[in-house]
Design a protein around this ligand. Structure first.
Ligand SMILES: Nc1nc2c(c(=O)[nH]1)N[C@H]1C(S)=C(S)[C@@H](COP(=O)(O)O)O[C@H]1N2
Ligand SMILES: [Mo]
Length: 244
């Protein structure tokens, strides 16, 4: 089932589960906007407000529910167009020597990388051991040959609204893939198919759904949720990417 999210609540339009959301995240966003807290503090704050969820399971029964595909479907817009093998294209452009427009078949013909990881949304839900496969982003970047001044990658979505960015260094990590498969099959429309990003080391908001463009830029740009308070640095492990 797919429910479009037209409200201002962070990400979620259903009430399955958590008492956190709107007020907390908007509060964090306000603090971030005021420059009061760092990204790290926002993450810590997010972790703290999630604690009450555990208190809602006094019997321990919730933790006995078998782990399944408990993804929620997120979209910040209504009415995302459907794309298929005939109509899908992925542009690689911006500060590159070779721009490209890949069809689904082009991407399927490239070497595929598989990953099995826990998926973490920054609002607290997670799905364990999700299987993904697709083309390493670094493969597409090598083909594109970023210009010397290119230091970041910006992702566009054919939902027309969502954006995300990574530094070029992050974009080249081995576990950052342009995903063609998820949960053992082609990526469904609701999960952002036919092609979405999967940025394994980072929170879910970094993994742009309905991927339509990969643009090399001179600086990291603030993404959709980052304008609304999420840290631009989306690493799940706060020590990653910060080594000396
Ligand atoms: N285009 C687009 N990409 C998106 C989002 C979105 O709303 N629109 N939500 C992000 C967030 S916050 C998460 S947690 C994951 C959720 O992926 P799912 O909808 O497949 O569960 O997608 C990310 N990518
Ligand atoms: Mo998320």
């Amino acid at each position: 089932m797919f429910r479009h999210n037209r409200r201002t609540d962070p990400e979620d339009d259903d009430l399955r589960g958590t008492p956190i959301g709107r007020r907390t995240i908007l509060g964090l966003a306000a603090l971030a906007g005021a420059g009061v807290v760092t990204g790290k503090a926002i993450q810590d704050g997010a972790a703290k407000v999630l604690a009450p969820i555990e208190l809602h399971d006094p019997t321990g029964l919730i933790s006995l529910i078998p782990v399944g595909d408990s993804f929620r479907f997120y979209s910040v817009t209504g009415g995302v167009p459907t794309k298929n093998a005939q109509t899908y294209r992925l542009a690689v452009d911006g500060m590159v020597a070779n721009t490209a427009s890949y069809s689904l078949a082009d991407l399927q013909a490239m070497p595929q990388t598989s990953l099995t990881r826990d998926f973490h949304c920054v609002t607290g839900w997670q799905v364990q051991q999700v299987h993904w496969s697709g083309v390493r982003l670094s493969t597409l970047l090598d083909r594109a040959q970023p210009a010397p001044g290119a230091t970041a990658v910006r992702f566009r979505s054919f939902d027309g609204t969502y954006t995300e960015s990574l530094t070029l260094e992050q974009a080249r990590l081995d576990d950052v893939i342009v995903a063609l498969q998820m949960l053992g099959g082609p990526i469904t429309h609701n999960h952002g198919g036919p092609v979405r990003m999967y940025v394994a080391p980072m929170y879910g908001y970094k993994s742009t759904k309905w991927l339509s463009g990969i643009e090399l830029t001179s600086a990291v740009e603030t993404g959709y949720w980052e304008h609304r308070g999420y840290p631009v640095d989306g690493f799940i492990d706060p020590t990653q990417g910060k080594d000396s």
